[in-house]
Design a protein around this ligand. Structure first.
Ligand code: CMP
Length: 137
């Protein structure tokens, strides 16, 4: 069993895609074990994207993630990390296959609707960052 973190970014929340994205996750038989709507503090977002600190898009992606509420989801299941990454599609929506969240609903890398943990180490760090109180299950 793996647990992974998904963020529904401000664009996804504004476009009323919380239900659509969560439904896809549940229908895949992955379990939601943490769920919150938050106005993320800048320091949380900067810590979340620390690996991208030197990249030119670091400032703009942090601005975007703090521009409105985000949904943080903790999701558990067999191979959940890889399964969720595949369901969300390629980071650049133009490369995302139809049938994925980005392939169906996004057009721009700056507004690619979701973030999901890349590997077990990232998942552990990101779950601790977004759910410091721990998970309910
Ligand atoms: P995410 O999976 O949240 O991780 C970093 C985010 O930075 C990425 O999705 C994109 O939304 C954003 N981003 C903007 N430009 C780029 C880029 N050139 N390469 C990767 N990510 C980018």
């Amino acid at each position: 069993m793996e647990t992974t973190l998904i963020l529904i970014k401000p664009g996804g929340v504004q476009r009323n895609l919380i239900g659509e994205i969560t439904t896809r996750i549940e229908r895949r038989n992955l379990k939601v074990v943490g769920l919150k709507l938050v106005n993320a503090p800048r320091e949380t977002v900067e810590a979340h994207y620390a690996e991208h600190k030197e990249r030119p898009f670091f400032g703009s992606v942090c601005d975007y993630l703090t521009s409105g509420p985000v949904v943080a989801l903790a999701v558990r299941g067999e191979n959940a990390i890889k399964a969720i990454r595949a369901m969300m599609g390629a980071t650049n929506p133009l490369d995302a296959t139809p049938g994925t969240v980005r392939g169906d609903f996004a057009l721009s890398i700056d507004d690619n609707l979701t973030h999901s943990s890349s590997d077990p180490e990232a998942a552990a760090n990101e779950l601790a960052l977004w759910f410091p109180e721990g998970l309910v299950a």
